[in-house]
Design a protein around this ligand. Structure first.
Ligand code: ME8
Length: 642
């Protein structure tokens, strides 16, 4: 019988910068889904790749003094590039497409022509606002606070002769697809698409550019290059051989079972992509799943914001499997998740070192100590074996339901419920007590067998997440062949009699949190881009700041504020000046009376904790330590700094 196919894709990544942990999240998740489906016997095609055209790449290459192709070659295939990263992260993609590959370029030209010939692409003039980083045109009404609604960055006015795709023609069919089927998930994203984009009116989409050249040329109209999103989206079809002879799997795998994409590109995948497929008369993908972002302090990671986390650094420090696991265990896939180093380390320590690692090392150590590594055939059951057995038997279906719903976090939570239960089972059955009396040998063997089964089934189900570590676990408990299949994850007692347990290396060493956080902070600081040099000020600008010598007449703490001190100052004008300053942590109010300080005295008044402050007292700060600027008491109040 022919195996059922499963075609799954990640987005194709922009090789404009090195990839960060957010990109890794998307690819690792897709990899876990692909491995899960393979384990279930599907014939899987897992595609990823790179999206190499567009103005952004052309600009960056120019700035670096290389050709766009040289630029992308380095980021895709160079040392520590995208291909290296996926190898490091143990990504099991079956194919990798680069949109600069010849076959893709030719196919896109044919597809563009096909849509032109069927009347869905026509020539017109484009006027609008363009976001270069997103390669997106926007109308004024779509902008948010005058900025790109996707990334929040500056846009600029652009006008050019261009080809348009009749997106408006497909609005009704796309709306129906989104609202009456499970095409787009999670469901919350459907409302966003319908309310924000479809119902306000879908305008035809500008699908060619003349303002730059780094793209696929429209072969029947030189000077125009194909809009990068048309070029990019069709990768999912060309990579299988659509409109080209390089590959021959289109019939076999199309339509895609799922496109896994980040939430900001759901619009392209759930509106523009199905509309273009309708235009060329191809079956639609079965699903688009829009996952959330990994954020740092609430902000999306991006190199331009300087807040990226380097997957190479993390994988090298903690191991690839621990990183893969952390990403999918910690954050619900459909929502945003806040990445912190603390969370990463505590997840590794709690789940992997304490729970899983301990279960494996305690169990294997006991089987070795009590039985020399091989359990005797005579085994006895007693409480609480039944409960553990039931949990083991029920786990596979729960896990499958979660994985089929693209909820890896839930699937992992189920596995870890069993792992915790198994650890508790050790305490309840107290094997070290049983071991004291030879008469308990059969019962002790029964306990060990239950533990080994809990480990075996857990490791099968954890394999899509941590392939290498699970292979090591199988080796330690002597599980192989039929005992480690999906089918065997649904059975109790699949570990063959006579299986040999061996002692292995520590799977997940515990990390000293405090020491590690300090180390990481140092490494991140060393890797951080140097702060840009402050913009120079002219002498005239500097002269605008009025700095006056002041004597402290009175000083007290501001009620209900831990930070603020209230100063009454003699600034030489004859009228006392009130300034509030956030230095209560560093000075006692009474110690400052009579001191000679410097204040900026031409700032506009501002209210702090309901009280007016007229200026700013100068102090010096280094490494978190703050010192007021105090002058010789001989300098009179009202003297100006110059
Ligand atoms: O969008 N958290 O490429 P891309 C989670 N070339 N996911 C993140 C993320 C984060 N912090 N940062 C990025 C493109 N991603 C297009 C795709 S497909 C035909 C063309 C995800 O390199 C992002 O959401 O900017 C997207 O799904 C993927 O990485 C690629 O982003």
């Amino acid at each position: 019988m022919e195996r059922k196919t499963f075609y799954i894709t990640t987005p194709i990544y922009y090789p404009s910068d090195k990839l960060h942990i957010g990109h890794t999240y998307c690819t690792v998740a897709t990899d876990a889904f692909a491995r899960y489906k393979r384990m279930r016997g599907y014939d899987v095609m897992f595609l990823t790749g790179t999206d190499e055209h567009g103005q952004k790449i052309e600009d960056k290459a120019k700035a670096k003094g290389v050709t766009p192709k040289q630029f992308v070659d380095d980021i895709v295939a160079g040392p520590r590039g995208i291909l290296d990263l996926w190898k490091l992260m143990n990504i099991s993609n079956d194919r990798f497409i680069r949109t600069t590959d010849d076959y893709h370029v030719e196919a896109i030209q044919k597809i563009f022509k096909k849509m032109y010939e069927n009347g869905d692409i026509y020539k017109g003039k484009y006027k609008g606002m363009y976001c270069t980083p997103c390669e997106s045109f926007w109308t004024e009404s779509q902008l948010v606070d005058g900025k790109c609604p996707d990334c929040g960055r500056e846009v600029h006015a652009a006008e050019e002769e261009a080809y348009f795709f009749r997106l408006s023609k497909y609005a009704g069919r796309v709306r129906e697809l989104l609202t009456t089927t499970d095409f787009l998930e999670p469901k919350s994203r459907v409302n966003e698409m319908v309310n924000n984009f479809i119902d306000p009116g879908l305008e035809d989409l500008c699908v060619s550019r003349t303002s730059f050249t780094w793209g696929i040329p429209v072969d029947f109209d030189p000077g125009h290059v194909v809009y990068v999103w048309v070029d990019a989206l069709f990768n999912y079809a060309t990579a299988l051989g659509y409109m080209n002879d390089r590959h021959h799997d289109f019939e076999k795998y199309w339509p895609a079972d799922v496109h896994v994409v980040g939430k900001e590109i759901v619009r392209f995948h759930s509106i523009i992509w199905p509309a273009m497929l309708m235009s060329v008369d191809l079956p639609l993908p079965k699903k688009v799943f829009g996952h959330g972002w990994l954020v740092l302090n609430g902000e999306k990671m991006s190199k331009s914001r300087g807040n990226i986390v380097d997957p190479y650094l993390l994988a090298e420090r903690y191991g690839v499997d621990a990183l893969r696991f952390f990403l999918l265990r910690t954050f619900p896939f459909g929502s945003d998740g806040n990445f912190t180093n603390e969370l990463l380390i505590s997840t590794i320590n709690t789940d992997l070192a304490n729970d899983l690692g301990n279960l494996v090392s305690r169990t294997t150590a006991m089987v070795l100590k009590y039985f020399g590594g091989t359990l005797p055939a005579r085994r006895e059951s007693a409480d609480p074996d039944g409960e553990l057995e039931e949990m083991i038997l029920a786990l596979r279906d729960k896990y499958a339901a979660a994985m089929d719903a693209f909820a890896p976090q839930t699937a992992l939570a189920e596995v870890f419920r069993l792992i915790s239960r198994a650890n508790k089972y050790i305490d309840e059955t107290a094997p070290w007590v049983l071991a004291k009396d030879e008469a308990n040998a059969a019962r002790l063997a029964g306990v060990m067998a239950h533990l080994l089964e809990a480990i075996r089934v857990s490791a099968i189900l954890l394999t899509p997440f941590m392939p290498d570590s699970c292979a090591k676990i199988f080796a330690q408990i002597g599980a192989e062949g039929d005992a480690v299949t999906w089918e065997a994850a649904g059975r109790f007692g699949a570990l063959p009699e006579g299986a040999a347990v061996t002692k292995g290396e520590t799977l997940f060493p515990r990390i000293d949190m405090a020491k590690e956080l300090e180390e990481l902070a140092k490494l991140e600081q060393a890797a951080a881009p140097a702060a840009p040099a402050p913009a120079p000020v002219t002498i005239d600008e500097f002269a605008k700041v009025k700095m006056t010598v002041c004597k402290v007449l009175a000083c007290e703490n501001v009620k209900k504020s831990e930070k603020l001190l209230k100063f009454t100052l003699d600034d030489g004008s004859g009228t006392p000046r009130q300034i509030l300053s956030g230095i209560a942590k560093y000075y006692r109010a009474e110690d400052l009376v009579g001191k000679t300080l410097v204040a900026v005295t031409n700032l506009p008044p501002r209210k702090m904790m309901g009280q007016e402050s007229n200026g700013m007292i100068l102090s010096a700060e280094k490494d978190g330590k703050l010192t007021l600027l105090m002058l010789d008491d001989a300098i009179p109040a009202g003297a100006e700094l110059c």
